[in-house]
Every structure is written in C-alpha cells, then in structure tokens.
Design a protein around this ligand. Structure first.
Ligand SMILES: [Zn+2]
Ligand SMILES: [Zn+2]
Length: 149
C-alpha cells in the first residue's frame, strides 16, 4: 500500500529487482546470510538484492585478481583475517565480497573493482547487522577500537 503512494520509489525498486534477476544466474547464487525477521518490505528486498550482488562471482574474481596483481593478500580489509592462515588449504584465498555503495544508493550500476571490499564472514555480517549498514571504514574503526579490550 505504501508503494502505491510512492510511484517513483516503486519504479526504482522494480528496476533494481529486474537488475537483480538478470545478474543473479540461479537460486544457488542467493546469499546465505540470514535476514532475520526482516519483513518482505522494500528494505528487505533491497537488502536481499545487495547481498546477491555481493555474491556476483565475476565481479569477485576480478577483484581478487586485481588484489593479487598489485601484490596484495586475500585478507579481510577490516580485521586482517586470513582464511588461508587459519584453515590452511581449505581456506586458501577464501573471502567474501561487499559492495561499498548499497544498491539503493547507487542504483543499478556496473561494478568496478574499487566498489568492492574484501571482508571475512564475521565482518561482513557485522556490517549488515542492523540499520543503517556500516561503511567498511566504520567497521574497521570498531574492530580497532575493541582490539585487545
Ligand atoms: Zn574481518
Ligand atoms: Zn555486503
């Protein structure tokens, strides 16, 4: 009902959902992140769309290649966690990707490598836990603030 009074927002959401459908190849690409009791509202749908985009395998591969090419390591940008160091071969080059600019702010865009942040699973969840989402810089600050506390 809320949508009917806001045709512009409805239009924007429809466009975003369409983008999601065309860029998400299968149900398997949907995020595993628990959305909790988020109702099926505009916010919930946009969150789902964002998380699906986080899992775009092509964008992720490009990001990982770019990091390795510049001599970087596949570690969490917020806390430095290295899956390979903790889990050995099983964790080698495992990491999650996060879109720095939420879809509901950026609108449908082509993802550039700089738009993606590499995060461990814990930090990625903490960014998305509660609204508003934190920026990668805000989360990094939180981690530093509590390190050794
Ligand atoms: Zn982390
Ligand atoms: Zn994310």
């Amino acid at each position: 009902m809320e949508f009917l009074a806001q045709p512009d927002r409805m239009q924007a959401l429809a466009t975003q959902l369409r983008t999601n459908i065309t860029t998400t190849s299968s149900a398997a690409a949907l995020p595993e992140i628990d959305l909790g009791d988020e109702p099926a509202s505009e916010g919930g749908l946009l969150e789902r769309t964002h998380l699906a985009r986080d899992r775009d395998p092509k964008a992720k591969r490009r990001k990982l290649a770019a990091v390795l090419k510049t001599g970087g390591t596949i570690t969490c940008e917020a806390c430095g966690f290295d899956f390979g160091r903790t889990y050995g071969k099983r964790g080698h080059e495992y990491i999650e990707c996060h879109h720095r600019v939420p879809l509901h702010v950026s609108g449908p865009v082509t993802t550039r490598v700089a738009d993606l942040a590499l995060l461990c699973s814990n930090c990625h969840r903490m960014i998305h836990r509660g609204k508003p989402w934190l920026t990668v810089e805000e989360l990094t600050h939180l981690v530093r603030q509590h390190a050794g506390a």
